[in-house]
Design a protein around this ligand. Structure first.
Ligand SMILES: [Zn+2]
Length: 270
């Protein structure tokens, strides 16, 4: 591993980095690597006490910078697409903004991200699994655009940030004992099964930074009790480290059963 490498974390909306990759980002920054955070949208159609729209987008980008500072990011970029939103029952919303990320031309969006990857001489890019985690259309688009951008830029390592569904479901069932209103059905087919995971990154030492990153997203973490971040921030410390102490990635094309512990670890030949 070279002394200092560059990792670009590509996310759909502000706060996705807090939930999926914050511990890895804090760890890499603490190890002296350059960490760059790119979001596709400002998340202006997310759930919040503020009405959806420009003011919410501005507030969420300010929160993103706060989160990035807590994690030690060197640079934050917003590609500036419109948040495609989510239909009431999940899936693609009909009333989308004219520049919605899911309506963007994949090739054009990929070229824009590839420009950043080339400029940064990125050694690694994180995207999402093809299902887009829990299935938000913008998250599916992150997989497509990010995968293509890495091809264009020749970025050597692409990791799909995901969640190991098996311990997630166990953890959520525990949380539900304290918060019976938590609906876990959506998680039963979300993310990735344990057998597909190639990277298990232990981030327990960075629980404080990860929690600070989540807390930075105040519009998503306060108010309604049912918002994911709000529920997660109430989880007591020891349980928090248990649930959020590992971050998971899938690198396609590795031999089945590959188990790596660090994003820059070189997989065994075989
Ligand atoms: Zn998102």
């Amino acid at each position: 591993m070279a002394a200092s490498m560059t990792a670009v974390f590509f996310h759909a909306h502000p706060d996705d980095e807090a939930l999926l990759t914050a511990g890895t980002m804090a760890m890499l920054a603490a190890q002296g690597h350059r960490v760059v955070l790119v979001v596709a949208t400002s998340g202006e159609r997310g759930q919040a006490d503020l009405a959806p729209g420009e003011a919410l987008g501005e507030a969420r980008i300010a929160e993103l910078y706060k989160s990035a500072a807590a994690l030690g990011c060197a640079r934050v970029v917003n590609l500036g697409y419109g948040d495609s939103g989510l239909a009431p029952g999940g899936g693609i919303a009909e009333d989308r903004p004219p520049n919605a990320f899911i309506d963007a031309d994949c090739e054009e969006a990929a070229r824009r991200l590839a420009g950043i990857l080339t400029e940064e001489k990125a050694d690694l890019l994180t995207i999402y699994d093809p299902a887009g985690g829990y299935g938000h259309p913008d998250h599916v688009q992150v997989n497509r655009v990010g995968g293509r951008a890495a091809e264009i830029a020749g970025t050597p390592v692409v990791l799909e940030a995901t969640v190991n569904r098996d311990p997630l479901l166990r953890g959520l069932k525990l949380v539900r004992r304290f918060y019976p209103q938590l609906d876990i059905r959506a998680f039963e087919r979300a993310y990735s099964p344990g057998e597909e995971i190639t990277h298990r990154v232990n981030v327990r030492r960075f629980a404080r930074q990860k929690r600070a990153s989540m807390a930075a997203h105040a519009t998503q973490a306060t108010g309604a009790d049912t918002r994911t971040l709000g529920v997660m921030l109430k989880v007591p410390g020891p349980l928090y480290r248990l649930i959020f102490g590992t971050e998971w990635y899938v690198r396609r094309g590795l031999a089945p059963g590959t188990r790596l512990r660090h994003p820059f670890e070189v997989p065994p030949k075989g």
